[in-house]
Ligand binder design. Structure first.
Ligand SMILES: [Zn+2]
Length: 439
């Protein structure tokens, strides 16, 4: 299908708003970002010595407008715009590096993701008319914030006795930050916190967290004691401004959308903004970079709201689960320093058990490991903070699918199985915590 046809189809489907409504002025930040013929590269064999001399990712970002997708001890995934491909390739060969092309046209991936979702939603609507259910929620496509929040409200109204819906704060652009609590005994139950969508472009994360909510509530009465006996806090979208921006304007946006006081750039990496190892490695002091840590620890409204909400509820808080993508990993502290937590053998065992169960259920390989060993050192993460500041035991960051074939732009047909993998981790951790002594 040629691009004009695809565009027409999307317009007909009402998927794209006309660029300029008649009563609006043009804001450069609202022009949709395109990635026509931009490529996604994987670069292996960057030695540590070389990283110290020429930080490859940083150079590709600064000199060739690259956008880092993933950086770890084994490889660097980075997207390069069409008009920089040649120069970036020369830069690599001058440093005896080679790039494997994971995608030769990122815009095509984005267009196909959108189209597949629209088609899946259309067929879903046919089914729903028959079933006459109210919610427009399903897991064949990614959803906007309104749909996710409606789904949360619907859960609350269906289970008024055990579900409470909190608005724990607002974002820089004035959107609500929402958390659901599910509990039969909030005073005595042990607690689990689950969040998604810290990073805007990782759409599979809110999709997975809403699926976990659905798994819990669609069969609550028949859930085993180790699930029903817990208090569940669920925040599907920790970064609503970034999420909406990634849906309307820049599919690959990562940070929130707070304006910088230093320059024209927007956004703080919320997962570098928590008050743990904030001044350390793995984050940037430059507001224009994707890993900008913010002007101070918890400078961001989202970070502050979550930290304050959890600090008040740290009693009995047994688990902090945060869903990200991509890489298929289940990792635990520490991330901000190259040290293991003292009970790391327990965290490794439960993480490995979750990975085994995932392999049985969907055949997908996940790896359980300590964060700094597989993802490198990074300060300011919510996971480390929950352990250091609140003493939470079962702290995991789950890097969902895939391993780089689509990266953040995971086609909607993979949502269901990936979400099931995310649920399997939550289920396994709940079992490890065990039933509350209060019953
Ligand atoms: Zn992430």
């Amino acid at each position: 299908m040629t691009r004009p046809h695809l565009l027409m189809l999307l317009l007909l489907a009402g998927a794209i708003e006309p660029l300029l409504a008649s009563n609006q002025t043009l804001d450069v930040n609202e022009i949709p970002q395109r990635y026509d013929e931009a490529q996604l590269w994987r670069i292996y064999n960057i030695s540590e010595a070389m990283q110290r001399r020429v930080p490859v990712g940083q150079m590709l970002e600064q000199k060739f407008g690259g956008n880092i997708w993933k950086e770890n001890s084994k490889f660097l995934d980075i997207s390069i715009a069409r008009d920089q491909l040649k120069a970036a390739r020369s830069f690599l060969s001058a440093h005896r590096l080679d790039a494997q092309i994971l995608s030769d046209n990122i815009q095509t991936m984005i267009d196909e993701e959108l189209l597949e979702g629209i088609q899946a939603t259309a067929s879903q609507q046919g089914k729903r008319a028959k079933k006459a259910t109210r919610s427009s929620m399903h897991w064949k496509d990614y959803h906007d914030l309104d749909t996710i929040y409606s789904f949360m409200r619907e859960i609350r109204s269906k289970f008024p006795n055990i579900v409470r819906l909190y608005t724990i704060g607002q974002t820089a652009e004035g959107r609500d930050l929402k958390v659901l609590r599910i509990s039969e005994n909030p005073r005595e139950n042990k607690k689990v916190w689950i969040d998604g969508g810290i990073h805007a472009r990782e759409w599979i994360s809110p999709a997975t967290v809403t699926f976990i909510l659905y798994q819990l509530m669609s069969n609550w009465e028949n859930q085993p004691a180790h699930i029903r006996g817990l208090t569940w806090y669920i925040m599907p979208v920790m970064n609503p401004d970034g999420y909406e921006y990634s849906r309307t304007t820049n599919r690959l946006w990562r940070k929130n959308r707070s304006p910088s006081r230093q320059n024209q750039c927007f956004g703080v990496d919320l997962n570098r903004n928590f008050d743990i190892g904030w001044n350390g490695y793995g984050s940037s002091t430059n507001p224009c970079r994707d890993t900008y840590r913010g002007s101070s620890p918890a400078s961001e409204l989202e970070t502050k709201a979550v930290a304050e909400f959890l600090a008040k509820r740290k009693y009995n808080l047994e688990s902090y689960l945060t869903y990200h993508s991509y890489g298929q990993m289940i990792v635990y502290p520490w991330a901000y320093k190259a040290v293991k937590v003292k009970d790391s053998s327990i965290l490794q065992r439960v993480g490995s058990l979750a990975a085994e169960r995932i392999a049985q259920k969907t055949g997908t390989t996940y790896r359980a490991a300590v964060t700094h060993e597989v993802l490198g050192i990074a300060g300011g993460g919510s996971d480390d903070w929950s352990r250091a500041a609140l003493g939470v035991k079962y702290v995991y960051t789950i890097e969902l699918r895939d391993r780089g074939a689509y990266g953040f732009v995971l086609p909607p047909r993979y949502i269901k199985d990936t979400a099931l993998e995310g649920w399997t981790v939550a289920e396994t951790v709940a079992q490890a915590i065990g039933p509350s002594s209060s019953g």
